[in-house]
Design a protein around this ligand. Sequence first.
Ligand code: CP
Length: 257
Amino acid sequence: MKILNRAIEVKAMIKSGDRSFQPFKGKSMAMIFAKPSMRTRVSFETGFFLLGGHAVYLGPDDIQMGKREETRDVARVLSGYNDIIMARVFAHQDILDLAKYAPVPVINGLTDYNHPCQIMADALTMLEHVGRIENTKGFEPDAKTVEIARSAGSKIEITNDPKEAVKGADVVYTDVWASMGQKEEAEYRKKVFQGFMVDEALMEMAGPKAFLMHCLPAERGVEVTDGAIEAPNSIVFPQAENRMHAQNAIMLHMLGA
Ligand code: CP
């Protein structure tokens, strides 16, 4: 909540046009991308720049972490040039290794296990639109992660019935059925997920107060309809913008600024 409140504060400053807050002046960030990205790359690069810093993009061919060079060596070399590292990798172990060997803060920009910056932007968007994040947030999620969330106070009910799931919801959240690293399962997942597309009818069942969220990129006509994304209760674009504001607050927190 401390980071989310900071995101709200710094977002207001940026949206007002005030550019006097430059806590990252003289600082640099290395951005490692082993996978493609639009939102993560641009929101981190622009966010760091708006707060005075300089970001360096390293694409899939630049480092080839674990192939051309060991992850622990990448961590230490980049830490010598930069104040902070953000990385989008395949194996979750890679982000853990980067964090272990880098003396500077390391931010997870998506691994095959999780996408915490997206979650922070989602929470910020729910706070702004629903007013709270409690009681808001399945392909049967990882049981250990569910237990961690439950023991931290979250109430989680799991159902395989989309109509039952959306009834009375504040937020209906969907995502691509096959994410990066799962593309070979795309056809299989399309069959398994028949009936789970979020369309206008499902949103109507959710009720008039339900918002639609999606972390994007979306495959319109697959997991979500064009009409549902373009409807007035869709908050997917404010949600995408909030990636930058949530991450700015994460970077401020990590750099103690
Ligand atoms: N939502 C998200 O992480 O988008 P990108 O894959 O474009 O970064």
